[in-house]
Write a protein that binds this ligand. Structure first.
Ligand SMILES: [Zn+2]
Length: 48
């Protein structure tokens, strides 16, 4: 799996940091829903 490959290369801490960034809205800093990839705060849609 892609994720375990990343952890192996960069470590778990870097992985957690990447995930945190991935699920944090770049517009308002809110939490992005994993299911619909939409910010729970400002409803901004995240493409990827
Ligand atoms: Zn937002």
């Amino acid at each position: 799996m892609e994720n375990s490959e990343f952890v192996r290369k960069h470590g778990l801490e870097a992985f957690m940091e990447q995930q945190k960034e991935k699920y944090t809205c770049s517009k308002c800093g809110g939490i992005i829903s994993i299911h619909d990839r939409k910010c729970s705060e400002c409803q901004a849609k995240m493409d990827d």
